[in-house]
Design a protein around this ligand. Structure first.
Ligand SMILES: C=C(O[C@H]1C=CC=C(C(=O)O)[C@@H]1O)C(=O)O
Length: 367
């Protein structure tokens, strides 16, 4: 596989407020996170980029690139190319998703679990075909942080497919001993009317249901980071942050690693999947998701990079699409956290609002 790539080919791009990191060329490939972590720890590879799956038993798409150039600026944004969807199939259909939410609320009421994130997928065929750098720039253009990523998962899977997205949610960033996380959970669709939009943000900040949905993620990260870190700084109240399509509750977490040999990839594998994409307790939520959803593949995992010093950044793999070799067929997903107080129709509407991130970047009229 590696031989068909030149040393200057981008196989990974991550853009955001911290700048742009690229993975260039393919030194080695890994479909297993443990093997990639071991190669990095032994010094046999100098960096790892790519995607880890939602379900740790599924294949990862990780590459040891030939080089890992970084620029201080995020990607230059661009406007989407106009496209039409020649086929659009919801999996499951919206009514079934709502029924699944109703079922999950009942299981939460029965005490089986506290939170589960249920997702739905949409399979789309677009015309004209997608150009990967063009779509990446359009994804960066859809949010003020210029968040966007593109991962050549075909370099590992051998199917010439790409994973692209614009995730606002930072699973973790490691710089030396300093670890920062920025969990997102709790959402409200945005409005084109500025008065309605501001009111939606205020209502989100005051919503007990969204605060509780958010708290599960923050508590999980605190519990997982506590044995690994000192000076854990976890604000008690989340902030409200916008993407192009939705308002979110977000909490900036900061901590200091006790053991500097723990890498950003080690942390990504220890933390993912958080209750922002899975649920609480993790095992019960993962079991319920396995029972009712199709396998998620790379959606709900993490996308990022890690260098030889252990520094790196991993984003939660949401607001994304998996683009096929024909550059026309793709699957996109959106999920939402279900807690005891969730309303099934609101949850369906929330997934529709989240899907607009990808549809807008594809230039599809999503109204
Ligand atoms: C699971 C997704 O979003 C997560 C991140 C932010 C807000 C979320 C929510 O409010 O449910 C989700 O936890 C998704 O976009 O597919």
């Amino acid at each position: 596989m590696a031989s068909s790539y030149g040393a200057d080919d981008d196989v990974f791009v991550l853009s955001g407020p911290h700048g742009t990191v690229r993975g260039r060329g393919v030194g080695r490939t890994f479909d297993d996170v443990t093997a990639a972590r071991a190669a990095l720890a032994s010094g046999s590879v100098r960096a790892i980029t790519g995607a880890i799956p939602f379900d740790p038993s599924d294949p990862a798409a990780l590459v040891a690139p030939i080089s890992l150039p970084a620029e201080p600026a995020p990607l230059a944004p661009s406007s989407p190319v106009r496209r039409r969807a020649t086929s659009m199939i919801a999996r499951p259909d919206p009514r079934t998703h709502r029924d699944r939410v109703i079922g999950a609320i009942k299981r939460i009421a029965d005490g089986e679990l506290d939170k589960v994130v249920l997702a739905r997928a949409v399979d789309i065929v677009v015309e004209p075909a997608v150009d990967v750098p063009e779509l990446l720039a359009a994804l960066a253009g859809g949010n003020s942080d210029r968040n966007a990523f593109a991962v050549d998962v075909g370099a590992v899977f051998g199917d010439d497919s790409w994973l692209l997205g614009a995730s606002p949610e930072m699973l973790l960033r490691r710089r030396g001993r300093v670890v920062t996380c920025r969990p997102y959970a709790g959402s409200a669709p945005r409005s084109a009317d500025p008065t309605v939009d501001r009111a939606a943000a205020r209502a989100l900040a005051a919503s007990h249901k969204d605060q509780s949905e958010h708290r599960f993620v923050v508590d999980y990260l605190r519990d997982r980071l506590a044995p690994l870190c000192s000076d854990l700084d976890v604000p008690s109240t989340p902030e409200v942050h916008p993407t192009g399509e939705v308002w979110h509750l977000a909490t900036p977490i900061r901590a200091t690693l006790r053991d500097p040999s723990i890498t950003a990839l080690d942390l990504a594998s220890a933390l993912s999947p958080t209750p922002a994409v899975c649920g609480t307790p993790t095992d019960a939520a993962a079991q319920l998701i396995r029972e009712i959803e199709e396998p998620r593949g790379l959606y709900g995992g993490a996308v990022g990079w890690c260098d030889a010093s252990g520094d790196g950044q991993w984003m939660v793999t949401i607001r994304c699409l998996h683009l096929g070799a024909d550059r026309r067929s793709l699957r996109t997903w959106a999920g939402g956290g279900i807690v005891a107080q969730s309303d099934p129709q609101d949850e369906l509407d929330e997934t529709t609002a989240k899907l607009a991130t990808v549809l807008r970047a594809l230039g599809i009229d999503h109204a």
